[in-house]
Design a protein around this ligand. Structure first.
Ligand code: C5P
Length: 212
C-alpha cells in the first residue's frame, strides 16, 4: 500500500518541520512543495524578470530543474514573497502538478508512501490522501518563529516587517482563484500556536494513528 499524508497550512505554521519528522517516523518520502514554487520564483528573479508575468513564470515552471530545489537562496523572504506571486498563476500550478502527483504516487527510493506539505495538497494535488492535516498558528506566533529563524541564519530581520509580510502572503494565498489556501473538508486541524515542536509532532503522530 502507498500511504500519502498531506500537510497544508499558512507560511511558518511549522508544517515543514512536522512533515519532515512524520516522514522519518513512518519511513516515507518527503516533498516540500513550497520549494517548487520558490525555485520557480528564484529563477525568475535571477533572470531579472517580473514574478507577476505569467508567461515568464510558466516557462520557468515548465523548465524546472530538480537541482534548483537545492538552491541556497530559496528560503529568503524575497524568494518567499515572489513564490506566492508565481503560485497565483494557473499555468505555473498546472506545470508543477504532475511532478507532485508523480512523487506521491511513486515515491523515490522504493519507499512505501510520501508526506507532502504545501497549501493545496489535501484539496487539489492529493484529494485522496490517506491523512490530511491542516496546520495553523496565529500570525503573531508565525511571525515570531520566522523572525527568530532569519536572525539565527544571520539575515537581517525586523519583526513588524516579518509580520506584515506574513499577513500579506496569507491574504494572497487565501484569496487567489487557483487552488487557494484552505482546509480540505476532511482535514484534521492542528493548532501549533501553543505547542513546541515536540508537542506538535506528538499531536500530528496521534492524528495519523487515529486516521489510519
Ligand atoms: O511553504 P512555503 O512558504 O515554502 O511556500 C512558498 C509559497 O509557495 C507560498 O506562499 C504559496 O504561495 C506557494 N505554495 C503554493 N502551493 C503549495 C506550496 C506552496 O501555492 N502547495
Amino acid at each position: 500500500m502507498n500511504l500519502v499524508i498531506a500537510l497544508d497550512g499558512p507560511a511558518a505554521s511549522g508544517k515543514g518541520t512536522l512533515a519532515r519528522r512524520l516522514a522519518e517516523a513512518f519511513d516515507l518520502a518527503y516533498l516540500d512543495t513550497g520549494s517548487l514554487y520558490r525555485a520557480v520564483a528564484a529563477r525568475v528573479l535571477v533572470d531579472g524578470a517580473d514574478p507577476q508575468d505569467e508567461a515568464v513564470a510558466a516557462t520557468a515552471a515548465e523548465a524546472l530543474d530538480p537541482a534548483d530545489l537545492q538552491r541556497p537562496d530559496l528560503r529568503s523572504q524575497a524568494v518567499g514573497a515572489a513564490a506566492s506571486q508565481v503560485a497565483a498563476q494557473p499555468r505555473v500550478r498546472q506545470a508543477l502538478l504532475d511532478f507532485q502527483r508523480r512523487f506521491a504516487a511513486r515515491p523515490p527510493d522504493g519507499l512505501s508512501g510520501a508526506v507532502l506539505d504545501g497549501r493545496d495538497i489535501g484539496t487539489v494535488v492529493c484529494p485522496d490522501a490517506d491523512v490530511k492535516i491542516y496546520v495553523v498558528a496565529s500570525p503573531e506566533v508565525r511571525a515570531e518563529r520566522r523572525h527568530r529563524e532569519l536572525i539565527a541564519r544571520g539575515e537581517p530581520s525586523i519583526y513588524p516587517q516579518v509580520l506584515a509580510e506574513i499577513q500579506e502572503r496569507d491574504a494572497r494565498d487565501s484569496a487567489r482563484a487557483a487552488a487557494p489556501l484552505k482546509p480540505a473538508d476532511d482535514a484534521v486541524q492542528l493548532d501549533t500556536s501553543e505547542l513546541d515542536i515536540e508537542a506538535a509532532f506528538q499531536a500530528a503522530k496521534r492524528i495519523v494513528a487515529e486516521t489510519l
